[in-house]
Design a protein around this ligand. Structure first.
Ligand SMILES: [Zn+2]
Length: 217
């Protein structure tokens, strides 16, 4: 196989989507094409790739608003977690694998930011798509303490199930750089440096003021 992998800026709120494929089987998938479905489909076509799936990390509109156009242009099926409010042609459960040519994409259910959130892990090249769960230097927003605790549990579970060398590919360009590694995030992400869920909640509460003080965007 030969890897096709592109991080694409989609517009919106610094949204990132991804093109992942196998050049030998001429198949690819689009992950959260959101605001720029035409650009994703164009990139696939230019490389002679058939889009087999549109995969959503979660059901929020800024990640799913390109689905209809992408499907219309490609006849791809939509894969998302079974709890995705929009439904899916392929409802995903935790641990399920999606095939992209000869690549395997492992779906890990990581609720918190949303109940239907998935992280996607490609073990051969150690690519981890984290959507709005984990950003470079940050984590996804939550609306309640319960959601924040759920997110903390999801992060711990994710960190325990992928290697430190895995590269992190987030759903938004919110950090100092567009991608990271699990090792680097473990060492530097203020939310992953918390010792427990209580500290995590406290850090979330103080974050807006801290962000302002440090001049972070
Ligand atoms: Zn979201």
């Amino acid at each position: 196989m030969q890897l096709v992998f592109e991080q694409i800026r989609c517009g919106g709120d610094r949204n990132f989507g991804y093109l992942l494929g196998d050049r030998q089987t001429h198949e690819c998938v689009l992950i959260d094409p959101s605001y720029s479905p035409e650009a994703f489909v164009e990139r696939a076509r230019e490389q002679g790739l058939t889009v087999t799936l549109v995969i959503n990390t979660h059901g929020h509109p800024d990640h799913t608003n390109g689905n209809a156009t992408a499907v219309k242009l490609t006849s791809a099926r939509v894969a998302a977690h079974a709890r995705c409010p929009l439904g899916a042609d392929i409802p995903i459960d935790d641990g399920q694998e999606l095939l992209v040519g000869s690549l395997r994409l492992r779906c890990i259910h990581v609720p918190g930011h949303s109940p239907d959130h998935l992280a996607l892990y490609e073990p051969r090249h150690r690519l981890l798509f984290t959507g709005d769960l984990l950003f470079v230097g940050k984590v996804g927003g939550t609306a309640s303490d319960l959601e924040a605790r759920t997110e903390w549990d999801s992060l711990q579970r994710l960190l325990g199930s992928v290697p430190d060398e895995a590269t992190v590919w987030p759903g938004h360009d919110y950090g100092a750089r567009p991608s990271s590694t699990i090792a680097l995030e473990k060492a530097t992400n203020p939310f992953l440096l918390c010792a427990n869920a209580d500290e995590f909640l406290a850090r979330k509460a103080e974050w807006p003021a801290l962000k302002k003080r440090l001049g972070l965007k």
